[in-house]
Design a protein around this ligand. Sequence first.
Ligand SMILES: [Zn+2]
Length: 110
Amino acid sequence: MSALLAANSTLWAANRPPPFPCLIGVETYGRLTCQEAISLLGDYLERILGDRLLAALEAHLADCEPCRAYLKTYRKTRDLTARLGAVDMPPELQSRLRTFLRDRIQRGEI
Ligand SMILES: [Zn+2]
């Protein structure tokens, strides 16, 4: 781990995302950086990583305590939110949202 990432990892709060954006796509399947590893955790928990990427991530996690801690918190957060029941949107809010979206679409804003 680089000195910069080591310094950043000490700043990671358990319930906050890492202080950098996720990468989209990891070109190197060799040694992953912490940034690359963190960007893969969602797919890791969904069990949709390919074999080589999975092996690279697991190798990184084996050597990187901050990323293991982040994974543990990420997994716990997912489990807790999965237990929350879905709440229906009140009809009044549905109607207002529909009108808002229709107006934005008609103006070409979305
Ligand atoms: Zn790491």
